[in-house]
Design a protein around this ligand. Sequence first.
Ligand SMILES: [Zn+2]
Length: 274
Amino acid sequence: MPELPEVETYIRALAPLLQGKRIAGAHVYWPRTIAAPDAGAFVNLIQGRGFVHFDRRGKYMLFGLDSGETLVVHLRMTGELRVQPADMRPDKHTHLLLDLESGERLHYRDQRKFGRVWLVDDVTQVLARLGPEPLSGDFAPSGLAQALSGRTAAIKALLLDQSIVAGVGNIYADEALFHARIDPRRTGGDLTADEVVCLWQGVREVLTKGIELRGSSLGSGPQNYTPPDGLPGEAQEFHQVFRRTGLPCPVCGVPVQRVVLAQRSTHFCPSCQR
Ligand SMILES: [Zn+2]
């Protein structure tokens, strides 16, 4: 599932392919893909709009249109967007197709169908509950400490809570906790002030590196994230613990362990992470 670095890579790759292009028409093949407005209204409203601005918030892609509206896309597990030549036919996993006046078409495909698309005047309709953007000044140790204060859930689970910090998913939560040398099973409220600072740094460090390396291309088939330009990410080459169960910790050599927390596989070094 794409996390912040993968979504950032995605929007950066799509921006030059879509900048200034106008939408001639839309086809919705699976209406539930469109979260708002309803699919019929979506098709009417988006026709004739041009792409002018590209941004990201957490794991959401934001496509600013010349009407002032925003097309918001969340890829969830297996969603993907590709700009394709006009003769590329939609297949059974194509749920939304945007015809561009340039003759190309933007395909939204999604094997698992969890991804969602919104067309909104005001993005807060979709993003209101998101916590701070981790690479911005809005994400600070003091705010993180406040958000974790008194919380009895495992710190790993709290890092996945998008209202505490936006954009972190399973990969980068495990890597950030290793960076901070914090056991993922600790309860959030038990972290010391110094540990919260280390975790804040860890989150920023692993996400920044993830973006530099164009995200993590992991898994196989539709679960394998590949940016729209087809060049795989390389962040997986630098994972310290994620999906490295049984392999030696790069710091101390003790085998990396796997446990399940909040129904998610969690990888950590039982010696380094306290
Ligand atoms: Zn270790």
